[in-house]
Design a protein around this ligand. Structure first.
Ligand SMILES: Cc1cc2nc3c(=O)[nH]c(=O)nc-3n(C[C@H](O)[C@H](O)[C@H](O)COP(=O)(O)O)c2cc1C
Length: 321
């Protein structure tokens, strides 16, 4: 059985809940895994660094206990996101913690993740790396990753500009390993569409911000509910890398969304000192173009139950199965 097939067999629907800076926490991740999708959080959300061990201990124990109390359920594995960048002075520590707790999946972002691959493979873990282009996909494969995440147009937070129709097929020409697809995926039928396109998993972030479990202001959750695709602005001003943000939050910060300056990429900084832009992430709210499909703040378990119903209904309608 391939890794993609083995991972799918552990899930109720082929979805990875993506890591969200500040927002993802053990509560959200536990609900995602208990509902049968991969949950994940950025290691940097656990601050200071010692908190990471507490989170890993808590999640590992809670999910194991839930599985033994509910042997019939599929309790999904969880993932930890590592930012591979020279400014991330926690990377060594965070990788070693993942090794100690044998974190099943690591999701790496930015640079090619050689070190993370070495550590994960030493204990049987797997690495997915997120990319926005064919060139980055090739570099990640060279680094030995086990799967790719294609971050396409309309994704929340740092995002690419390529259409998923274009990027998935181009990557599939040279790569037959697991692919997770992201960019505005917000309903169950989109998950089936991602599979039809050639991906194995849907990678979804914004859909989980409007939940009680997410660590986000109520005003942020309400703005997600009240926004649609046209309210999402693509800019590199806030972190040095292009990403998608809610127009309303940019206006609330006193900026003109139609006239944002261009940022300098060299100002990017991650690590124990906090992202140089972590204040920006607090005030300027990331979201993908799928916001128009989010109509209420709902518990995570309910969101996933709805995604399942929509996914199965779409399969029935299109495939009769
Ligand atoms: C508020 C916010 C914060 C994010 N933080 C991270 C992060 O810390 N690390 C990361 O790899 N991706 C991060 N992302 C990107 C997501 O993991 C994922 O690529 C994206 O949410 C998928 O698109 P969607 O939001 O349209 O579903 C973030 C996205 C958002 C909306």
């Amino acid at each position: 059985m391939s890794f993609a097939q083995a991972l799918k067999a552990q899930l109720d629907i082929p979805v990875i809940g993506s890591p969200l800076f500040i927002i993802s926490n053990p509560r959200l991740v536990a609900e995602q895994c208990k509902s049968g999708i991969v949950g994940s959080f950025p290691a940097l959300n656990a601050r200071p660094a010692e908190v990471l061990e507490q989170w890993l201990e808590q999640l590992t124990t809670e999910l194991a206990e839930y599985q033994s109390a509910n042997p019939e359920k599929k309790v999904a594995p969880f993932a930890v996101n590592q930012i591979v960048h020279q400014s991330n002075d926690r990377l060594q520590h965070d990788l070693q913690m993942c090794a100690k707790y044998k974190v099943p999946i690591m999701i790496t972002s930015l640079r090619a993740p050689h070190e993370a691959v070495e550590v994960a493979h030493s204990y049987g873990g797997k690495v997915f790396h997120d990319v926005i282009s064919v060139r980055h996909a090739e570099k990640a494969i060279e680094a030995g990753v086990d799967g790719l995440i294609l971050v396409c147009a309309g994704a929340g937070g740092h995002a690419g500009t390529l259409s998923p129709f274009a990027l998935v097929s181009e990557v599939r020409k040279f790569y037959d390993g697991p692919i997770a697809l992201s960019g505005s995926i917000s309903r169950g039928e989109h998950i089936l569409a991602a599979e039809a396109m050639g991906a194995d998993f849907a990678y979804m972030g914004t859909r989980f911000i409007a939940t009680p479990e997410a660590n986000a202001d109520q005003a942020y959750k309400d703005m997600i509910v009240n926004s649609s695709a046209q309210d999402v602005v693509y800019s590199n001003l806030f972190t040095g890398v292009h990403g998608n943000y809610l127009r309303g939050s940019i206006e609330n910060a006193g900026l003109d969304p139609a006239d944002l300056p261009v940022a300098d990429k060299s100002t990017m900084s991650f690590g124990s000192g906090g992202s140089s832009k972590s204040k920006a992430w607090r005030d300027i709210w990331g979201a993908g173009q799928g916001v128009g499909n989010i109509d209420a703040v709902q518990p995570t378990a309910q969101v996933i139950a709805e995604l399942k119903r929509e996914y199965l209904a779409a399969r029935q309608r299109l495939l009769g199965a």
